[in-house]
Design a protein around this ligand. Structure first.
Ligand code: IPE
Ligand code: MG
Length: 227
């Protein structure tokens, strides 16, 4: 969800306003994904590197995260949406951690769209934490290191149990992954748009899906094999 700050700066407004409008886009994206019967939507809200931003912006983002959780979870639940956070929760305040756990608990049996919010998340952190899980199984003698395979890492990493990621959308014009889902994006289609996140709406989301639908996904095979 990139481009909130620039959206506000272009209007000579404070960056905070961009983040607030970004929340509106997020709401729209969730409604759209739900309507389209998309199974999983994962949102990069706050990276492990975002702590380096000015203190005031960081604390404002935390406050916004808390307020949005507070006001939106009921609606998500009513719409049968499962809510999850991926990332290192220990970096957040007790109050925020509690809210997150409450929200996950409340929605855990819902069977519709799964919305995962990546917060204090980094793709390298994710691979590292999954590796640690397997290493501790080896240390306790429950797992032989020779038996480690890709499926095991897949089960230990964030988003396990969800279908593989089909499409990654990045708004705001930059064409990079910025330490988002590194392992999980192995065969995802990558879609980049100059549209700034606060301007991203259902039509923009549909445009991304249209491009996605036009792609031939070969997963290493030849085109002839697929037909
Ligand atoms: C993305 O928008 C939102 C968060 C990281 C929370 P930015 O804040 O990165 O916006 P730009 O890139 O400065 O425009
Ligand atoms: Mg940015």
């Amino acid at each position: 969800m990139d481009g909130n700050g620039r959206w506000a700066e272009r209007k000579s407004k404070h960056r905070v306003l961009g983040h607030k409008h970004g929340v509106k886009s997020l709401r729209k994206a969730i409604v759209f994904a739900n309507e389209q019967k998309i199974e999983a939507l994962t949102i990069f809200a706050f990276s492990s590197e975002n702590w380096q931003r000015p203190e005031q912006e960081v604390s404002m983002l935390m406050e916004l995260f808390f307020t949005v959780l507070n006001s939106e979870v009921k609606k998500l639940h009513k719409n049968n949406i499962k809510f999850k956070v991926i990332g290192d929760l220990s970096g957040f305040s007790e109050r925020l951690q509690k809210k997150v756990i409450e929200a996950e608990h409340k929605t855990e049996n819902n069977s519709g769209l799964t919305v995962s919010v990546a917060a204090n998340y980094g793709g390298r952190w994710d691979i590292t934490q999954a590796t640690k899980k397997l290493a501790s199984l080896v240390a306790s003698g429950e797992l032989n290191s020779d038996d480690i395979n890709e499926q095991m890492l897949d089960q230990a990493i964030s988003l396990s149990g969800l279908p593989p990621v089909d499409l990654m959308i990045r708004t705001g014009g930059d064409q990079r992954i910025s330490n988002f889902l590194l392992w999980q994006l192995a065969y995802a289609e990558l879609y980049f748009t100059d549209v700034l996140w606060p301007d991203f709406d259902a039509q923009e989301f549909q445009n991304a899906l249209d491009v996605f639908s036009s792609k031939e996904r070969r997963f290493g095979k030849t085109s002839a094999q697929l037909s």
